[in-house]
Design a protein around this ligand. Structure first.
Ligand SMILES: [Zn+2]
Length: 299
């Protein structure tokens, strides 16, 4: 569906942040074994929620705030601006706020540990003008040095650390992912089969394959339909899975017969007549059938 400008910019923001976390995790892989690592914590202290990208527990606690900013930015005093002069939230303030709330929280839990927080920029195309030297910031080309410094701090993980990690995890609040989704309904969503590689809707269906005219990716019809059934189930977990529904969703597939075959081979039909619906069967048998059925269907 088309997103409102606000939803769209929120989507881009989340996607960018996610990519940044993936880059950070890849960098950190080699030092992670020396620490207890907690990622993506959502905590609450004194009715204030705060989020932590990454915590590395050892003698001291390292708090990492990860940013995937791209392009040129500049600092004037406490204020941060994009190259076009648009002011953005100062990420150091956000990080310091999380640090201070975490410090109070762990003290109340009865632990006395130092916290050192660092703002890490992971995008090599990021540049920050007028940054004072003493800020707790790591720029992309300083990450290898950060890793060396962390390696020097390797020490056996003590019970205190494990206990604290467990306490923090137990306090982590799980906000439902649905609360962050924009409103959507089956009718409002664009129908068709998106490419599994580039997600474009520019796909065509031949006798056995789904071909993306955007990136050239080929997928068997069978795989493509099963993938879309999983999407429908993820988006509409409460709604009945029927041939009509899947057929409407997978629009480029002309006949219902192919859809019915795929559904009946991989799902169990529950009920009779117009009220019948498909339900998921045991996953292992589903995967087995997946590989056997490849390329056997036509539209
Ligand atoms: Zn594609």
């Amino acid at each position: 569906m088309s997103l409102s400008p606000k939803e769209h910019s929120n989507y881009l923001y989340l996607e960018k942040g996610y990519e940044g976390e993936v880059i950070f995790d890849r960098w950190m892989e080699e030092v992670e074994k020396g620490f207890l690592v907690l990622n993506d914590l959502l905590l609450e202290h004194g009715n204030t929620k705060f989020q932590i990208d990454s915590l590395f527990l050892s003698q001291i606690i390292h708090l990492f705030e990860v940013k995937n900013f791209e392009g040129d930015y500049y600092i004037e005093g406490d204020r941060w601006y994009t190259n076009n002069g648009v002011e953005i939230n100062n990420p150091l303030i956000q990080m310091k706020r999380a640090e201070s709330l975490l410090r109070r929280m762990i003290r109340e839990l009865g632990y006395n540990m130092n916290i050192e927080s660092t703002l890490v920029f992971v995008n090599p195309n990021f540049y920050l003008y007028q940054a004072p030297r003493n800020l707790p910031i790591i720029f992309p080309n300083q990450i290898p040095r950060l890793l060396i410094n962390l390696q020097k701090q390797f020490s056996p993980i003590k019970n205190t650390h494990t206990n604290l990690a467990e306490r923090l995890l137990s306090l982590h609040s799980h906000d439902s992912p649905y609360s962050r989704l924009p409103e959507y309904s089956f009718d409002r969503l664009k129908k068709g089969i998106a490419c599994s590689q580039c997600h474009s809707m520019n796909t065509i269906v031949t006798r056995k394959a789904l071909i993306c005219t955007n990136c050239g990716k080929r997928e068997t019809i069978h795989e493509a339909v099963l993938r879309n059934i999983r999407d429908i189930q993820l988006l509409f977990p409460e709604e009945a899975l029927t041939v009509n529904r899947v057929h409407e969703w997978c629009q480029p597939i002309k006949t219902k017969k192919a859809i019915r075959n795929i559904l009946s081979e991989n799902y169990t039909l529950d009920g009779f007549g117009p009220s019948s619906r498909y339900v998921t069967v045991d996953k292992s048998s589903l995967e087995k059938k997946d590989t056997h059925m490849e390329g056997e269907l036509s539209t």
